[in-house]
Design a protein around this ligand. Structure first.
Ligand code: GAL
Length: 487
């Protein structure tokens, strides 16, 4: 028989919001957001034209489902407390946009801020959470990015921020519409310790910018535990964000993810190799994956990064476990910014595979060497992990990148002809594809590792990476199974 106390606890729990169980974002959410390339230049045409590109280029099929409108869509809040949209930018209203996007088989996202104003100084949602959540639900919105500007001083401790963001979580849950809830408080107030209780993702950094590793005073917080870190800011480079999240990247799990910020791939500030690093790491670290480029100007090269199913299968992996860093070597050639390092990342993939990334952020080409002991160090140090006793085939996940000619044909309107080669995750989920050993998800076999020959040594060009899926050969492979085998 349950006691009164137990009953009231159960009641409180129901009243609380546990967005991590709201059924959405079981894998990191994928889509597009206008902010990185277009800022406030938003309109109905932009959203609908972009949705069409996602569809026609096959990007929707590989997983980019959410078309997310960022700041600057609002006009005034009415005397009734309800927010109005800008009628010039969205002449048919927001529900019309949602309907059109839904008709194309995609989902629709919007933006607000847990403040009296948004960052671009439009109406925020602070203390209007219920009206705004109700409005979004009535527009059939599927995703809310919720920012952190102008919060009227209600921050500075995890509890203050938690309460402010929880107000919207509760309001969204009360609508009964499954809405992805994406916090954007830039890593403040240790959001990586509480974000997963109420949200489907949480930003861990100030805004990204289109540079690989240049330090910028506007992005002051390299270490979020630094008590003097008062301004997560903007202009955070790809390497800055990777280093920031490295110590707590394991906090993501199905339903709630670290958000390393939107992709810069295709904006033009980085080399092709650097964009591959950026994209691969966002997949390996299980970040949300929102394209930031203006897709109306999508180039074949950019398409052939964003659509690699073998790499996206890492992002959408059913285990939902981030790769972890197993090595950071700072003793390498530095560039003009004083930056340079080598990193090795490793982590489990469904069903019993292992991801391995050799990242060369040094200012020169390098040979990077690792071995099974290091790759599985998080399963047991000094070669004590059971996995080091197995044999693996090694598969390069970038070897089958779509060639530019084919990408060009697709952008010219030829997708239909390429349907067979195309991975369509709307028909076959990544899990099913992996269960079927679909070659498009497995990359190209380039070698093997065995307990007798446990070492891998590869030349990695400057500012690039090698990304491998290791597949154990034959029989029991999980740690648990191995232990049972030994008994
Ligand atoms: C920032 C946010 C950006 C973008 C911008 C809009 O705070 O981090 O991603 O949403 O506001 O004003």
């Amino acid at each position: 028989m349950s006691t009164m106390l137990e009953d009231s606890t159960a009641y409180d729990r129901q009243q609380d919001s546990y967005a991590i169980n709201n059924g959405v974002a079981r894998t990191p959410q994928m889509g597009w957001n206008n902010w990185n390339s277009l800022g406030c230049d938003v309109s109905q045409d932009l959203l609908l034209d972009t949705a069409k590109v996602l569809l026609d280029s096959g990007l929707r099929d590989v997983g980019y489902q959410y078309v997310v409108l960022d700041d600057c869509w609002q006009s005034e809040r009415g005397a009734d407390g309800y927010i109005r949209h800008d009628e010039k930018k969205f002449p048919n209203g927001m529900k019309y946009v949602a309907d059109m996007i839904h008709d194309m088989g995609m989902l629709y996202g919007m933006y607000s801020s847990a403040g009296e104003m948004t960052c671009a100084k439009f109406e925020g949602s602070l203390d209007h959470e219920v009206e705004d959540a109700t409005t979004y639900a009535s527009w059939d919105v599927d995703y809310l990015k919720y920012d952190n500007c102008y919060h009227m001083g209600r921050f500075g401790t995890p509890k203050l921020s938690f309460d402010r963001f929880n107000a919207m979580a509760k309001a969204l849950n009360a609508t009964d519409r499954p809405i992805v809830y994406s916090l954007c408080n830039w890593g403040e107030d240790y959001v990586h310790t509480w974000g997963m209780s109420i949200a489907n993702s949480w930003r861990v950094s100030g805004d990204i910018y289109d540079h690989f590793n240049r330090p910028d005073t506007l992005c002051s917080c390299t270490n979020p535990a630094d008590p003097h870190c008062v301004a997560p800011g903007t202009h955070c480079s790809v390497m800055n964000i990777i280093n920031k999240v490295a110590p707590y990247v394991d906090r993501g799990a199905p339903g709630g993810w670290n958000d390393l910020d939107m992709l810069e791939v295709g904006l033009g500030g980085m080399s092709d190799d650097e964009y591959i690093v950026h994209f691969s790491m966002w997949c390996a670290l299980k970040s949300t994956l929102l394209i930031g480029a203006d897709l109306r100007k999508l180039t074949p090269k950019t398409l052939a990064i964003l659509n690699n199913p073998a790499v996206i299968a890492v992002s959408q992996d059913p285990l939902g476990r981030s790769a972890l860093r197993v090595r950071q070597d700072l003793n390498v050639k530095k560039d003009k910014y004083g930056q340079g390092e080598v990193q090795i990342w490793s982590g489990p993939l469904y069903p019993h595979d292992q991801l391995l990334i050799l990242l060369n952020a040094a200012d020169e080409e390098l040979t990077i060497t690792t071995n099974l002991d290091e790759i599985f160090v998080h399963e047991g140090p000094e070669g004590s992990a059971p996995q080091v006793k197995l044999e693996y085939t090694v598969h390069d996940l970038w070897a089958d990148r779509m060639d530019e000619r084919q990408a060009k044909k697709i952008l010219a309107g030829d997708l239909y002809k390429h349907r067979k080669e195309w991975y369509n995750s709307t028909q076959t989920s990544y899990r099913e594809g992996l269960d079927n050993n679909d070659e498009r998800l497995l990359g190209k076999q380039v070698g093997s590792l065995t307990p007798q020959k446990p070492e891998l040594s590869v030349s990695v060009p400057r500012h690039s990476l090698k990304m491998y899926r290791l597949r154990p050969q034959g029989g029991a492979t999980t740690r648990y199974a191995l232990h049972k085998q030994e008994l």
